[in-house]
Each structure stands twice: as C-alpha cells, then as structure tokens.
Write a protein that binds this ligand. Structure first.
Ligand code: HPA
Length: 271
C-alpha cells in the first residue's frame, strides 16, 4: 500500500512545477472554482499509476495544479465514492498521495440532504463535525505510519478555518448555516425513517462522501475545511421525491456563493 502511494506521488512530483500545501476536492458546489485556477497543469486520473478512475456522470477525473489567487494549489476534479464500488482504500488513496506531496490543508465540498428543520434548499452548511456511518472504516487494516493506530478526532474540521469562513460569509452577506454531516454509503437517498434516525443521531445533513477522505486526512496530519450544499430536505413534512437532477440543479444555484467563500478562505488561510 505504502509503496503504491509513494510510486504515485513520485510520478506526480515529476510533473509538478510548484509545491502546493493546499488541496481542494472539487465536489458538488465547487465545480466552477476550476475556472479560476490559473497557470494550470492537468493530469488525467487514467494516466496516473495506481489511481482509481472515476465513473460517475458529471464527474470527469483529473488532478489540476495551478494558482488560485496567489496560492499554489492542487485540485481533484472528480472524486471516488464508496457507492461506485471502490473500496475505502481506493476512495481515500488520493488523500494519502496528497500527504506524500506535502499537502497541509484540504478543502472539500459535497451535496447533502438537510435534516435540521431550520435549513432550506440551497443553503450552504459549514461542516463542524461528522458522524461516520459508512459500513467500512477507511483506516481498517494495518496502520500506515502516517499517523497513530487510534487517531484523535476531537477536531476533524479546523476550528480556525470554520471561524474564518464565517467571517468571510458575513462580510459578503452570504447566508451560511453550520452543522454535523452524517456520511452514509448510498446510493439510495434516505427513507423518511432514515432521515429521522440520522437527525436523532445528531446530524444536520446527510451525504454519500467526504467522511472517508476527512478521516484519512486527519490521520495524515492534514487539516480540513468542508462545506455542504443542502440540495434537498429530509425534514418531516417537507420530504418529497428526490432525483439526482434536482440535487444538481439546487447545487448549481448555490455554486457561486460556495465558490466565493472557498476562494476567499483558501487565499486567507495561512500556508
Ligand atoms: N441523502 C444523501 N445524500 C445526498 C442527499 C440526501 O438527501 N442529497 C444530496 N446527497
């Protein structure tokens, strides 16, 4: 496993002309951030040794190196989901490669169903914490020496970045909410009873990604900031049929606001 990660990292390093310490997983809501990256250099996942290849509609797969404002960044356009059939090791492989490449901070986004009754469709939720409800743990198996066998999770999402993001949203007059993200395998959206359960668990939103990558990032010593676009509501009395297309449409509307906060945060974040 470690040998593969290192082989992949050395392949990528040969193509890099910068040394970014910031990585971004361009999940739902952040697709257009790619248009703001300058001095771009791209590598398709299919050309990277040991890299999984993404399959989901609307997610093309490539690594992008370049600048966002003044900052050198590395971005993943297209992520790997557990529901696609990838193992947890594959889902999180790119994060371990990031660690080998010297990444210190990771920014992630996703789409999620809101369970907090105060949430509205199109809201941006700053992720303050998560509940891992995937059926397999990404760190199960022999420990890789990037971090301890039993990693601390008391601050999975950087408090200082959360505070900065709230400041930025307030400055720009963008409504943001905060909450706990419940990570589930999918691919089904939740039944009303499941939404209710995840709310009782302590969740504010539920989605099918992010948690595995964040766990592995924390294990590697990478700090994390994450945001969800609330694309549908799992709130009793407001539950209607959900389709992937509706989720996309709600996300597209919220995208400019999420992009604005992330761009600014990435620029202001130290390192
Ligand atoms: N549940 C799970 N994942 C999701 C949802 C949802 O309601 N909306 C967007 N991704």
């Amino acid at each position: 496993m470690l040998a593969k990660i290192q082989e992949t990292a050395s392949f990528i390093r040969e193509h890099m002309h910068t040394s970014p310490e910031t990585a971004i997983i361009l999940g739902t809501g952040l697709g257009s951030l790619v248009n703001e990256i300058t001095d771009k250099y791209e590598i398709k996942y299919e050309n990277i040794p040991h890299f999984p290849v993404s399959t989901v509609e609307g997610h093309s797969g490539k690594l992008i190196f370049g600048k966002l404002g003044d900052k050198d960044i590395m971005a993943m356009q297209g992520r790997f989901h557990f529901y696609e059939g990838y193992s947890m090791k594959e889902v999180t492989f790119p994060v371990r490669v990031m660690r080998e490449l010297g990444i210190k901070t990771l920014f992630v986004s996703n789409a999620a169903g809101g369970m907090n009754p105060d949430f509205e469709i199109g809201d941006l939720m700053i992720i303050t914490d998560h509940i891992n409800h995937f059926p397999e743990h990404p760190l199960r198996g022999r420990n890789i020496d990037y971090g301890p066998r039993f990693p601390d999770m008391s601050e999975a999402y950087s408090r200082s970045l959360i505070a900065k993001a709230k400041e930025i949203a307030a400055e720009k007059g963008i409504r943001v909410v905060e909450g706990v993200y419940v990570g589930v395998s999918g691919p089904t959206f939740e039944t009303p009873a499941e939404y209710k359960l995840y709310r009782i668990f302590g969740g504010d939103a539920v989605g099918m990604s992010t948690v595995p990558e964040v766990i592995v990032a924390k294990h590697c010593g990478i700090r994390v900031f994450g945001m969800s676009v609330i694309t549908d509501l799992g709130v009793e009395g407001k539950i209607v049929e959900v389709t992937h297309e509706e989720v996309q449409a709600a996300a597209d509307k919220a995208q400019p606001f999420m992009t604005e906060i992330m761009r600014e945060l990435i620029n202001r974040a130290e390192s």
